[in-house]
Design a protein around this ligand. Structure first.
Ligand code: PEP
Ligand code: MN
Length: 373
């Protein structure tokens, strides 16, 4: 997405002559959204004449506004940033090339679909996620050995998975439980990637580990770190996709605000993940909030995937929930697969065996075909 690249905050402030010292909302160097800005969206009519469009953009800029142009397949949207309170909405709406004008009052702006009506496609290695591209991420909860991760990687690839997951740093409830192989785990993931060609997905737990993640294809922020704002800010400075999981007791707005932290820094490559939330029921590990998928897809243009493994905690429930996720519009699935779940060092009870994953993957494809018809 082309963002407001007009220049530094200072240049925008000078041009706009808006409030002298607003609170910065964004942190990147080409940034220009302020905490108190109300963003206005101008939707242009399909086939709007380019000269009229440029005239309008020039006029808006002369009003002291930042103009962010989002060119979609069907619609062009102008995002107006700055002191839009003084803009005459009726006047703009009356122009022949303008379809509609609305204000974005939600606190999430960069990830707001109003700002970017078309689905965002996040590129992870050579895999596309979103905009009709369904991703199948699979692998063990944690990387345990070279043999284990390479065997699982080969098996899930043969079943149609297009990314490999595996925890190297594990956020465990008990400090006495297996904490992951850490740096060595990342090296083993790279070996599995070399063997299979699958991009690798693994969780980061703190900013101090960032150098170890340079060669990771998709950096996962786990549920427990969804509101680790320092971490999110640092990830916002990277040019690397981030998989942001919903917090254990987080609202959708909080999830979107966490995505906003990353995007506000300039990194727009964010994939959201519904992985179940805490409710009063304890038959399942968490409660899978599937309504979150269509709701999020209304609110944001970011891809949304589902993790039925952590959502249920029970291997036999993973298949039905994965099928339901595929049916309700999810852009992908992240599923735990282990070659020997009984002896897994972490989350064996929710892990599928490779042959179970194979059957699930086939059925997911059939569900997607059925829903597409
Ligand atoms: C995981 O994916 O291994 C994990 C710990 O997930 P979550 O952060 O959703 O609990
Ligand atoms: Mn796990």
């Amino acid at each position: 997405m082309q963002r407001c690249k007009e220049g530094s905050e200072k240049r925008l402030l000078d041009a706009a002559q808006v409030r002298p010292v607003p609170h910065f909302f964004r942190y990147g160097d080409s940034f220009a959204i302020y905490k108190e800005d109300i963003i206005m969206i101008v939707v242009l009519k399909h086939g709007a004449e380019p000269d009229k469009r440029e005239q309008l953009i020039g006029w808006l800029k002369n009003q002291g506004l930042g103009v962010h142009v989002s060119e979609g397949a069907y619609q062009t949207v102008l995002g107006l940033i700055g002191d839009t309170a003084r803009v005459d909405m009726d006047l703009i709406e009356s122009l022949s090339i303008v379809d509609s004008v609305k204000r974005v009052t939600e606190p999430f702006k960069c990830c707001n679909r109003k700002f970017h009506p078309d689905d965002m496609i996040v590129q992870v290695g050579d895999v596309k996620v979103g905009g009709g591209n369904f991703c199948m991420i699979a692998g063990p909860c944690s990387v345990e050995s070279e043999e284990q991760i390479v065997a699982v990687a080969k098996a899930v690839k043969a079943s149609g998975a297009n990314m490999l997951r595996g925890g190297a740093f594990k956020p465990r409830t008990s400090p006495y439980d297996f904490q992951g192989l850490k740096a060595e785990g990342i090296e083993l993931l790279k070996i599995a990637r070399k063997e299979t060609g699958l991009p690798i997905v693994t969780e980061i737990m703190g900013t101090n580990y960032l150098p170890l993640f340079e060669d990771v294809d998709l950096i996962q922020v786990g549920a427990r770190n969804m509101q680790n704002f320092d971490l999110l800010r640092e990830l916002g400075k990277l040019h690397k996709p981030v998989l942001l999981k919903r917090g254990l007791a987080s609202t959708l707005k909080e999830l979107l605000m966490s995505a906003e932290y990353i995007m506000a820094g300039g990194n727009e490559q964010v994939i959201l993940c519904e992985r179940g939330i805490r409710t009063y029921d304890d038959y399942t590990r968490n409660t899978l909030d599937l309504a979150a998928v269509p709701m999020l897809k209304e609110l944001t243009h970011l891809p949304v995937i589902v993790d039925p493994s952590h959502a249920t905690g029970i291997a036999r429930l993973v298949r039905p929930m994965a099928l339901a996720a595929a049916a309700c519009g999810s852009d992908g699935l992240i599923i735990e697969v282990h070659n020997d779940p009984m002896h897994a060092l972490c989350d064996g009870a929710q892990s599928l065996r490779p042959e179970q994953y194979d059957e699930l993957a086939k059925t997911v494809r059939r569900v997607r075909e059925a829903v597409a018809q």
